[in-house]
Design a protein around this ligand. Structure first.
Ligand SMILES: Nc1ncnc2c1ncn2[C@@H]1O[C@H](COP(=O)(O)OP(=O)(O)OP(=O)(O)O)[C@@H](O)[C@H]1O
Ligand SMILES: [Mg+2]
Length: 145
């Protein structure tokens, strides 16, 4: 388990950008952390780190945004309103899992059982106004906790 503390939004962007470059294609990240924690901030840096030029925002109404680059693709989910397996099927989540695209899911606790066993779970805690702690876990660590 790894922990990283960032002291600004910009620092989160840089950290996530570096992290993206180390993560194999096809990886799935599930975020755990409430409103305004920095899930979208992390995703913004991550997408940038893969060389993708896109406007990143929480896909609250669309449920899924895609960011397509020349060398990588990212599917960015907001699972806040996803309440059933039927809902999840209709988003294309399971189809994207079969590809080499990255999948990043906000509110992943809503679909925890559907995440692959090797998913990275990133818990985010607010330490202070501009300070966030990112705790990187595997899905199995998370279940044991
Ligand atoms: N260290 C930090 N890292 C990331 N964001 C920070 C940090 N410090 C302050 N912030 C602020 O916290 C907010 C994070 O918002 P963001 O949209 O990323 O949250 P979120 O977890 O996606 O929330 P939501 O569940 O509402 O989509 C931004 O306003 C950002 O400027
Ligand atoms: Mg968000």
């Amino acid at each position: 388990m790894k922990e990283v503390i960032t002291y600004s939004y910009e620092e989160t962007l840089a950290m996530a950008s570096d992290y993206a470059k180390t993560l194999p294609k096809g990886s799935v990240i599930g975020f755990v952390g409430g409103l305004g924690m920095g899930k979208t901030a992390f995703t913004t840096g991550f997408v940038k780190g893969l060389g993708i030029n896109a406007d990143v925002s929480s896909p609250t109404f669309a449920i899924c945004n895609d960011y397509i680059g020349e060398k990588a693709r990212v599917y960015h989910f907001d699972m806040y309103r996803v309440e059933s397996w039927d809902d999840l099927y209709s988003t294309g989540f399971f189809d994207y899992l079969e590809t080499d695209a990255y999948i990043l899911a906000e509110w992943s606790e809503n679909v925890f059982g559907a995440l692959p066993d090797d998913a990275v779970i990133i818990e985010i805690e607010k330490i202070y106004e501009n300070t966030r702690k990112f705790i990187f876990k595997s899905k199995s660590d998370y279940i044991e906790d």
